[in-house]
Design a binder for this molecule. Structure first.
Ligand code: GLN
Length: 536
């Protein structure tokens, strides 16, 4: 079921297997017909996560990469749209040599081919495949059928784990196993028998229900893993291990652990940090993807949020995050002076016109009042617009994303992108994935990274207009990171003596921050925020 925690279950299973000495990879299978997640609205679908290869995918891929410290590739993400598109194009090119092409076996064998290719490319010992959606959906039936065939052909190598939800109806106050039993019956009718059941619920599973699930679902009691709601997703691997999930996985796969050491030691140290931090660092995120209620927000900016947390924990601080809607500053519903209450402000990535003038007001306030400011992609572009307008005096300065005929297009579309937009080609056409940048000596960026050349992930169509770079520099803005040919401005900042931290990146550093390796720039920002807090 969506939202029940399949992604975190996969990430945690991976973490546990890594802790037992195995090399793992993880593949996410999304049943929708979108070819990738790039064109999806973040308010509905959550964050679009970008891999270093440039693949735009589901936010679960971010969880996989963060938990398992993996660098996943194009092969590790599969959608129905991708599979159907490939099979139909192959048919159009006579790739099936005149045969009648059908969902079964052609779609299913394309799915298994992709899963096996992903495993081979990764060189891993164990591959974990997450099938999105719910048992009983029409949408994911091809993937379950493909999994059945994969198991039939490799009976010693494939096991099934089902993540099931056990509701506690408030009128009864008792955990019900019936939906899980019914789900198993349905899975069985597809020819699939789970080996392990992860029983998600508000409370832990008691022995009676464990037995009940085991008997009715045809699994061993020790293969039913209790997975109650817990404070933090990072506790999940350790919690699974309380029910010996690792041992059960290895027993079911008939393999032995490659190490006897507790491979979760560092992970446990990280968890201790998350729980022991007392003093807060108070960060405001000024965004616009609020439209369907606050609970969605954390999904739309999940990588940004997690990155803030990792750096805050690393400094022994408890991150306090506040969502501010840019539109409220635009309309005057909120006054920018309230920003003084925060230790740091982030304007994350975004698209289009809505809330822009509000974000510009926020950036101006942060600059003038020396509040640490970190702009991510759109947040960097708007930082440049604000600087051009209010410091250089180019009152009309704007990005051509908003005003095509602006007198001062300080942010402009990349030439190769103009054609894509004119032809209505939106899918997977942005500047995507990892590109290198060279850092300038004596800057905040260089000091934070401690190296000359970095590689960061991108997702944008617009950039700092090269025609304005000289003027912006003369006006005091430093471009501390540039593409190797010096044409694209990757990082903009103000000198530390002018502002404690006023820095924006054309790339998305949030996609490379990991619990055990917080991102250098997030850490520099949080450090500045902590210093500001000290000054208060
Ligand atoms: N909308 C901007 C662009 O396309 C910024 C994109 C982003 O923030 N990811 O360049």
């Amino acid at each position: 079921m969506s939202g029940v925690g399949k992604g975190i279950s996969v990430s945690s299973i991976g973490k546990i297997l890594q802790a037992k000495g195995f090399k793992v990879n993880a593949v996410k299978v999304d049943p929708y017909l979108n070819v990738d997640a790039g064109t999806m609205n973040p308010t509905e679908h959550g964050e679009v996560y970008v891999l270093s290869s440039g693949m735009e995918c589901d936010q679960d891929m971010g969880n996989y990469e963060r938990f398992m410290e993996l660098n996943l590739g194009h092969d590790d993400y599969i959608t129905s749209g991708m599979v159907y598109k490939y099979v139909i194009e192959k048919e159009r090119n006579l790739g099936y040599k005149g045969k009648c092409v059908e969902a079964i076996p052609h779609i299913t064998s394309e799915i298994t081919r992709r899963i096996q290719k992903a495993a081979e490319m990764s060189g891993s010992d164990i591959s974990i495949i997450e099938i999105g959606g719910t048992v009983g959906d029409y949408q994911n039936i091809m993937f379950i059928e493909a999994a059945r065939v994969l198991n039939l052909k490799n009976p010693d190598d494939v096991i099934f784990v089902m993540v099931s939800y056990l509701p506690v109806p408030s009128t009864l106050g008792e955990m019900k196993t019936k939906p899980t039993q019914n789900a198993i019956h349905m899975l069985n009718s597809y020819g699939v028998q789970p080996d392990i059941i992860i029983a998600r619920g508000a409370v832990p599973l008691d022995e009676r229900r464990k037995e009940k699930i085991a008997i009715s679902c045809n699994v061993y009691p020790e293969n039913v893993i209790s997975a109650p709601d817990i404070e933090s997703v990072y506790d999940v691997p350790v919690n699974f291990e309380k029910d010996k999930l690792g041992e059960t996985l290895l027993k079911t796969l008939k393999i032995k652990a490659k190490t006897k050491k507790d491979g979760l030691t560092k992970w446990k140290q990280f968890i201790t940090k998350t729980k022991s931090a007392k003093e807060e660092v108070n960060i405001a995120i000024v965004g616009k993807y609020f439209d369907t209620g606050d609970f969605v927000l954390s999904d739309a900016y999940i990588s940004v949020i997690e990155s803030i947390k990792y750096s805050a924990y690393d400094f022994g601080r408890k991150p306090k995050l506040t969502w501010l809607n840019a539109k409220d500053f635009e309309s005057g519903k909120k006054d920018v002076s309230e920003l003084g209450n925060y230790d740091g402000i982030i304007v994350p990535g975004g698209f289009g016109e809505s809330g822009i003038e509000g974000k510009l007001k926020v950036i101006k306030y942060a600059r003038e009042n020396k509040i640490p400011y970190f702009g991510l992609c759109y947040g960097m572009q708007l930082m440049v617009v604000e600087y051009a307008r209010n410091v250089l005096g180019l009152k009309e300065a704007n990005t051509t994303e908003i005003n095509l005929t602006t007198e001062h297009p300080v942010i402009d579309i990349m030439p190769e992108q103009k054609k894509n937009l004119a032809e209505g080609k939106y899918g997977a056409t942005m500047r995507l994935g990892s590109y290198p940048a060279h850092l300038k000596d004596g800057t905040i960026a260089k000091k934070a990274y401690g190296k000359e050349i970095i590689s960061e992930r991108h997702r944008h169509r617009y950039e700092v207009n090269p025609n304005y770079v000289e003027e912006l520099k003369k006006g005091g803005l430093i471009f501390s990171g540039k593409s190797p040919d010096g044409v694209l401005m990757e990082i903009a900042e103000l000198p530390k003596k002018i502002h404690p931290f006023f820095l924006g990146t054309q790339f998305h550093p949030e996609f490379q921050s990991r619990p055990l390796h917080p991102h250098e720039l997030f850490s520099a920002f949080i450090e500045a925020a902590i210093e500001k807090r000290g000054r208060k």
